[in-house]
Design a protein around this ligand. Structure first.
Ligand code: G3H
Ligand code: ZN
Length: 280
């Protein structure tokens, strides 16, 4: 079933639970992530990034395929456009039936980020689509590892009031595209942001954050937890393992299938961890 991001996040936030948001690059990811949501009975955010759209040349194929799998599933799925910087792509995704959008103006000068985010948000809300935005750039997307950046709670509250967004990505110690899980979060800041900001908080670049630290972050007030690179580490690791074992193998299903299963299992494990973070 396709669901709205704000409904799922508000319920999770009140219950002190986290929700997994995992990136779909190939259709294998979509199959695996929907299967993980079905296996756990937990909601999942299927997110397709602007970069992934660029890779495919258009949002049409990967967006429609993922939407069809989500809609046909018994699990609660949110179809989310991730890190969109192009308002035209936002429009295409909304027209295609995405239920949620992250508009990422974090690289723009502050005032421009506010204005453009407010404009995009108003248009998305008219179509019944939720919007996530980012304040305080989470580094790592351009190879710039910047775990030192922080979002100020008062700024964050004002940004949400000015733009009307439904969820806010904050910079609290993580950084995009880490393949080692060694980051630590500024948990005091998470708690202060949780108190200051009326909408659910989003952690980007969560691949670099170890399980226990993710659990602490959810307990401190994070709700949507974005994980992409770590799942690619698992997926590609399985492809490597199978290909190394069977050098004459050429049927793509024979290595993508096991990789898809490994991705499903790790995504299910993460969904459970986020939904009931063990006391740490
Ligand atoms: O928007 C996507 C996430 O922030 C994923 O970041 O690849 O570092 O886990 P990651
Ligand atoms: Zn991100």
């Amino acid at each position: 079933t396709l669901a709205r991001l704000d409904d799922v996040l508000h319920e999770a936030r009140s219950a002190g639970r986290g929700v997994g948001a995992f990136n779909v690059i190939q259709l294998e990811h979509a199959h695996a992530l929907v299967a993980a949501a079905e296996a756990t009975g937990l909601p999942v955010v299927l997110q397709i990034s602007e970069n992934a759209v660029r890779y495919h040349g258009s949002v049409l194929g990967i967006g429609s395929g993922t939407k069809a799998l989500a809609a046909a599933s018994s699990a609660t799925c949110i179809l989310h456009l991730d890190h969109a910087t192009d308002p035209e792509l936002v429009k295409q995704a909304v027209d295609l039936g995405f239920t949620s959008v992250m508009f990422d103006g974090s690289q723009l000068p502050d005032e421009q980020n506010r204005d453009l985010t407010a404009e995009v948000t108003a248009r998305c809300h008219e179509a019944g689509v939720s919007v996530e935005a980012e304040l305080g750039e989470v580094g790592g997307k351009d190879g710039v590892h910047a775990p030192g950046v922080r979002t100020d709670p008062d700024d964050a509250a004002a940004f949400v009031a000015d733009t009307g967004v439904d969820a806010l990505a904050v910079a609290v110690g993580s950084s995009h595209a880490m393949t080692e899980r060694t980051a630590s979060l500024d948990l005091d800041l998470v708690a202060r942001l949780r108190d200051a900001v009326p909408v659910p908080l989003v952690l980007h670049g969560s691949s670099g954050v170890p399980d226990e630290e993710i659990a602490r972050g959810v307990q401190a007030g994070l709700t949507k937890v974005n994980i992409a690179t770590h799942l690619n580490v698992v997926f590609t690791g399985e492809v490597r393992r199978v290909l190394a074992e069977q050098e004459s193998l050429v049927d793509t299903r024979k290595y993508l299938g096991p990789a898809r299963d490994a991705l499903r299992d790790e995504a299910a494990r993460l969904l459970r961890l986020l939904a009931s973070p063990p006391p740490v």
